[in-house]
Design a protein around this ligand. Structure first.
Ligand SMILES: *[C@@H]1O[C@H](CO)[C@@H](O)[C@H](O)[C@H]1NC(C)=O
Ligand SMILES: *[C@@H]1O[C@H](CO)[C@@H](O)[C@H](O)[C@H]1NC(C)=O
Ligand SMILES: *[C@@H]1O[C@H](CO)[C@@H](O)[C@H](O)[C@H]1NC(C)=O
Ligand SMILES: *[C@@H]1O[C@H](CO)[C@@H](O)[C@H](O)[C@H]1NC(C)=O
Length: 450
């Protein structure tokens, strides 16, 4: 990731601090053990649906093994977690405790294992869920992973050479790591997924999911005029989400519920971040890691960086997919889609018009387009409040088109994520169509001139 700066801090003092810290850990861990173990899965049973499973005894003898890094009270102090972070953990715990089914969803153990990004050296386990900032967090973890000077604990390092498919070892790693995940309002996550995979230029998704929706789920008269699977509308997409959740057919990890990815009722996550407070949450983690591991990883303005990398990424897509694209839609139409995508996401002001005619667009090269987008984005970023409003406005516009009966079915699909992660099950701006506090904009976010 561009913009990261790393410098290593090495002092003798740090080794001493680490020593003290390990001692504190031992004590903290001892005190908090019952809580820690309460919701750990028993791996040999993992993947079976039914009651939540409880392990009474740790698999390890803490007197001879390295200290756990997971005690709750310890984390509260070391990571400088705010009350809000504690509240998120408590909400999950409360909802899980009330449940009789344990929120397994359709996930199984092997899928979960693939989701987990593990930094053995720092004992960080990250459950990476698509559409919740996972690309950024993976890069961040990658940098942290390689920017450490001294090994904290050689026994741990040694352990990673063990066979990772051995679930006992996996359990070992989970019990001894700081486990983190990030969540996002499910209505926003689905909307973002739609824009990214079906609305904007994405010939791969058009070919697979787009074509699937068109062939399997649409009536003849609803069919978009296409042989490519592009042009799927948001209401059609929502219908697909409802059907695929019901039947389990053609599900997609970008759209399936977050709890299915991470199993928060079986794995007791130490840190729950949210997309809605992403900068604060990722900085909280980074500050803690910098302090704990004696490193100095920083990043510049997160919002600005993601905006630009998105524009560059989309331009790349447009040009890399050009051949496939032009079998479906005009290049100009593709360019409009990435322009609108940036407006929908509140990266580019809706006042900015694509500065080309169709015939001009055909001769614009990649460098020129990136240049133009960069300038337009920089100019737009003067008013971040307006951009945020724009984002909400586009989302309301999309959800207003969904029939009420589908909205009600969708509510049941997203309910577990809402309850577990503290989002409104039926937010006003989507469910109350008479709500006059959100005026409908006359700007047509989803209209493309073909
Ligand atoms: C790892 O463990 C699995 C199951 O226990 C076994 O099938 C596999 O051969 C092992 N791989 C290695 C490299 O030891
Ligand atoms: C995150 O927000 C909390 C509560 O507003 C604040 O106390 C904390 O300092 C913030 N952390 C960072 C790293 O900005
Ligand atoms: C971390 O790096 C930044 C920029 O490279 C520098 O300004 C700062 O002094 C460094 N902090 C420490 C504690 O080394
Ligand atoms: C893109 O077009 C501009 C202006 O026509 C030209 O100066 C530049 O060399 C072109 N870049 C590439 C990579 O073709």
């Amino acid at each position: 990731m561009r913009g990261f700066r790393i410098t290593l801090r090495t002092t003798l003092g740090i080794s001493f601090l680490v020593l003290i810290w390990l001692v504190v850990l031992h004590v903290g861990n001892f005190l908090s053990r019952p809580d820690r173990l309460r919701r750990m899965p028993h791996w040999s049973n993992f993947g079976r649906t039914g009651e939540r499973m409880v392990v009474d005894e740790p698999l390890l003898n803490t007197a001879t093994e390295p200290p756990l890094i997971l005690g709750r009270n310890f984390h509260h102090m070391q990571y400088g977690l705010s009350e809000e972070h504690e509240k998120r953990r408590n909400t999950i715990e409360r909802v899980c405790d009330k449940s009789t089914h344990g929120y397994y969803g359709r996930s199984d153990g092997s899928k979960l294992a693939k989701k987990l990004v593990i930094d053995h050296r720092h004992r960080i386990v990250y459950c990476a869920v698509q559409k919740t900032g996972s690309t950024f967090l993976r890069s961040l973890l990658g940098i942290v992973k390689t920017s450490e000077k001294s090994d904290l604990d050689s026994r741990w390092i040694h352990n990673k050479r063990k066979n990772m498919t051995d679930l006992t070892n996996f359990h070992y790693i989970l019990t001894k790591s700081c486990k983190m995940m990030f969540t996002r309002d499910p209505y926003q996550r689905l909307f973002s997924g739609y824009v990214d995979k079906l609305f904007t230029v994405n010939t791969m998704y058009w070919k697979t999911t787009g074509t699937y929706i068109k062939n399997k789920l649409l009536n003849r008269d609803q069919e978009p005029q296409t042989h490519c699977g592009h042009g799927i509308t948001f209401p059609q997409f929502i219908n697909y989400i409802i059907e695929s959740e019901k039947t389990g057919v053609h599900t997609d990890p970008h759209f399936t519920p977050i709890y299915e990815h991470c199993r928060p009722c079986q794995i007791s996550y130490d840190f729950i971040g949210k997309m809605e407070t992403f900068t604060n949450d990722s900085l909280t983690l980074l500050n803690a890691w910098n302090k704990l591991y004696g490193i100095n990883v920083t990043y510049d303005d997160f919002e600005a960086e993601t905006a630009l990398s998105r524009a560059i990424g989309h331009t790349g897509r447009l040009y890399n997919m050009r051949n496939g694209l032009e079998k479906c839609i005009s290049f100009y139409s593709g360019m409009q889609r990435i322009w609108k995508d940036l407006q929908i996401r509140g990266i580019l002001t809706k006042r900015a018009k694509l500065p080309f005619t169709e015939s001009e667009a055909n001769n614009v090269n990649r460098t020129q387009l990136v240049d133009i987008l960069t300038k337009a984005i920089q100019k737009s970023s003067m008013d971040r409040t307006a951009l945020r409003q724009q984002q909400t406005e586009a989302m309301i516009q999309a959800y207003r088109q969904v029939p009420v009966k589908d909205l009600l079915r969708l509510r049941e699909v997203v309910r577990p994520d809402c309850e577990l992660f503290g989002y409104e099950v039926a937010p006003n701006y989507i469910f109350n169509r008479r709500d006059s506090s959100h005026k409908l904009s006359s700007f047509k976010y989803f209209k493309i001139d073909e």
